[in-house]
Design a protein around this ligand. Structure first.
Ligand code: CS2
Length: 512
């Protein structure tokens, strides 16, 4: 990494206890001995420069945008190396720094596995350890894009309205300490301010999170934060900074120790944090950049004038079904997505929900075969080689449900059409968020609103109408309109009634 290089800290990472005698660690020196058929980076990493600072160095970024960027670097455009920033935990840096930033992407399906060692991530930074280093890199002249995968909650917004949540603890902190921020909006605004002061053009902010109109959402929160700091800065962000929207799609389950063993055996070296994914990958990007952009078409991406129809389709069909399967599947005792899909009523519920309740709400995409897309989605969920835990997808429901299920329900209500399957998915979330599974065991619910939702659930007990009313009162999720919508209340009460009376599996079978 040329600019903003950080000292590589290497905390020993316990890796695997397999029996195969793999002793070397994945690193630059190990690339020469990768087994035949396992490609490593085909570009000179020492000559590559950081042109992209990425906030949120999780598995998804490493299996998606970084892989597309690898293709750009391999084609000889060395200006687009990535510096990855973790906004919270040092874990990824601790795993990757001793590996010179190298890691393996394992592409898995019923037909077999493919492995690739990726070198696009030239440096790793941990924001809480050194926010100044992150800001310096974001404000460096070579940095032309700051991309984000910070998850829904990283936008510090109200999920129902998409507006910046001024009471969010990180926003309160960052307004009080704007030069040492914690949040993504705080980092973006301070770096943009520095660039403006230095007479440098702004970078493009490229949201790669699963939010509706993710570019517009990023623009709204970043502009609001900038305006709260200084009106002129807010006007500058509004006027000068491009926020293209993107649709991102690749299923990337959390890596397990078994995955580490599989990868070590395949590549003949220990990789502390490989990423596991599926063959499918899609990236649709609005072509609106301040200072040029990589030719990501080399990595399979597509540039379009308007991403919104793609994004809506993906959020509603894929993520809406995924969340439905996650909540109802978890409640029925299914650990992974593919296990739930192998339980026929679940697959049938999703197929019917997609076809009858979601697809009719989508704007037409000329030339796009929506039926084939739906069928492909069901096939992807069935992928037997991926262990994608329902629990993982169930996380952060209060942040996900609005764009995954509620937008669709809003459209169905407006059209006067039924939506009982969507209501069942929503009821699954409510039942799950209560924190007790169907056998009375505790669920490890991860959600920023967890305590409040559990308190609501306990107060309502097993009365479906009270439970529906309690959750519908959560304005950040349902907004003012849906919270007061009698037809939603009725459908939700009915769905919760079935879930509580007969359990998730039978309730699913009733709607399949
Ligand atoms: C999943 C997504 O964890 C989740 O909430 O629904 O991460 C999903 O796997 C991706 O959006 C697929 O592109």
């Amino acid at each position: 990494m040329r600019s903003g290089r950080l000292p590589a800290r290497s905390k020993p990472t316990p890796i695997r206890q397999g029996s195969a005698p793999v002793t070397q660690r994945l690193r630059s020196a190990a690339l020469a001995t990768l087994p035949h058929g396992i490609p490593g980076p085909r570009f000179d990493r020492a000559r590559a420069r950081v042109g992209i600072v990425h906030l949120g160095l999780g598995a998804f970024h490493r299996a998606h945008q970084a892989v597309a960027t690898e293709a750009v670097l391999e084609a000889g455009d060395l200006a687009w190396g990535i510096a990855g920033v973790s906004l919270r935990s040092p874990d990824t840096r601790d795993a990757l720094a001793p590996q010179d930033g190298l890691y393996t992407v394992a592409v898995r399906s019923g037909e077999g596995d493919r492995f690739q060692v990726v070198g696009a991530i030239l440096g790793q930074l941990v924001a809480p350890e050194d926010p100044e280093a992150v800001l310096a890199l974001m404000a460096a002249p070579d940095t032309r894009i700051v991309s984000l995968t910070v998850t829904e909650k990283g936008y510090c917004h109200n999920p129902a309205t998409g507006e910046l949540d001024r009471a969010h603890p990180d926003i309160v902190h960052d307004l009080a300490h704007p030069h040492a921020p914690r949040s993504a909006p705080g980092f973006l605004v301070e770096a943009l301010r520095r660039r403006r002061e230095a007479g440098l053009p702004p970078f493009t902010v490229l949201s790669c999170d699963n939010l509706p109109a993710n570019g517009a959402t990023a623009r709204r929160v970043v502009s609001a934060f900038a305006t709260a700091r200084d009106r002129a800065l807010g006007a500058f962000v509004e006027r000068e900074v491009p926020f293209p929207s993107t649709m991102v799609d690749r299923i990337v389950p959390a890596t397990t120790d078994a995955d580490r063993t599989l990868v070590a055996d395949a590549i003949g070296a220990e990789d502390a944090w490989p990423v596991m994914t599926e063959p499918f990958s899609q990236w649709v990007i609005e072509d609106h950049f301040a200072q040029g952009r990589p030719d990501w078409t080399l990595g399979g991406a597509r540039f379009v004038a308007d991403v919104e129809p793609f994004e809506l389709m993906k959020l509603r069909l894929l993520n809406g079904s995924h969340s439905t399967l996650a909540y109802l599947g978890y409640l029925a005792g299914h650990e992974t997505v593919s296990q739930a899909m192998a339980d026929e009523p679940f697959a049938a519920l999703l197929a019917a929900m997609m076809e009858r309740e979601i697809a009719p709400t989508l704007p037409p995409l000329p030339g796009f075969d929506l039926a084939a897309y739906r069928a492909e989605l069901l096939g992807r969920f069935r992928n037997p080689a991926l262990r994608h835990r329902t629990w993982q997808i169930a996380m952060d429901g209060s942040q996900k449900v609005p764009q995954r299920l509620l937008g669709t329900i809003r459209d169905r209500l407006a059209a006067g059409e039924p939506f009982e399957r969507l209501a069942l998915g929503l009821a699954g979330w409510i039942r799950y968020a209560g924190g007790r599974d169907e056998r009375g065991g505790a669920i490890d619910v991860r959600d920023p609103l967890r305590d409040r939702l559990q308190a609501l659930s306990e107060a309502a007990g097993d009365d479906p109408a009270r439970l529906a009313d309690a959750f519908l009162s959560v304005r950040e999720v349902f907004g003012d309109d849906l919270g007061r919508e009698p037809r939603l209340r009725e459908a939700l009460t009915a769905a919760l009634g079935r879930l509580l009376a007969v359990g998730a599996r039978t309730a699913v079978a009733e709607h399949a």
